[in-house]
Design a protein around this ligand. Structure first.
Ligand SMILES: CC(C)(COP(=O)(O)OP(=O)(O)OC[C@H]1O[C@@H](n2cnc3c(N)ncnc32)[C@H](O)[C@@H]1OP(=O)(O)O)[C@@H](O)C(=O)NCCC(=O)NCCS
Length: 164
């Protein structure tokens, strides 16, 4: 009898700077979870700004395969901001979100930034848990900031991670 192969090898990923050529691929990942997904053109425009940078995660050994996760951030006047971060559903809970955010923190540390800010939907349990693990604390709240799929709203938590 053939026994099903239940446990595949852990996947290996590499991180590299996010480039304009990845804009359409990351738009597809963004589309998986956001009520108002950003287009490839919007990602491309953001990436052309010199204050904006990001990282893409790819599976090792899959050549030039498209990214399976990414983060986009901005640095202005010593303050960083996470514009968005997402990992494709089939690649979650393998440490990629953490690695992508850590790459931004390291870059900002190298640039001597003071702090990194972000906004997150108060209902987003996964992201809030990730950010807390990375040392972010809640510093504000914007009531009714996000539109939900059912025509309701939810609040945004403003979180900060000090870098000094
Ligand atoms: C948030 C997101 C980026 C996390 O990516 P990920 O690669 O799955 O996260 P990681 O594997 O690095 O998880 C790191 C830690 O975050 C926390 N975490 C991640 N997903 C979680 C979940 N579903 N529930 C609870 N905690 C979670 C855990 O503490 C986890 O550590 P552990 O796996 O050792 O328990 C991913 O869920 C995602 O893309 N969500 C949709 C897009 C989104 O919401 N982006 C944030 C917008 S502000």
């Amino acid at each position: 009898m053939r026994i099903p192969f239940l446990h595949s090898r852990p996947r290996d990923y590499s991180l590299e700077p996010l480039a304009g050529k990845d804009a359409d691929a990351v738009a597809l990942i963004h589309h998986e979870d956001f009520v108002r997904p950003w287009s490839g053109g919007e990602f491309s425009d953001l990436l052309s700004q010199n204050t904006v940078f990001g990282y893409a995660a790819r599976e090792v050994g899959r050549g030039k395969a498209p990214p399976v996760g990414f983060v986009l951030a901005r640095l202005v006047a010593g303050e960083g901001e996470i514009l968005t971060v997402a990992v494709a559903r089939t690649h979650r809970r393998q440490g990629l979100g953490w690695r992508l955010m850590d790459a931004v923190l390291r870059e900002l540390h190298g640039q001597r930034a003071d702090a990194l800010f972000l906004e997150v939907d108060e209902m987003n349990v996964a992201a809030i848990a990730l950010y807390r693990r990375l040392g972010f604390i809640q510093v504000g709240k914007r009531p009714g900031y996000y539109k939900t799929g059912d025509a309701g709203t939810s609040s945004a938590l403003v979180m900060r991670r000090d870098l000094r």
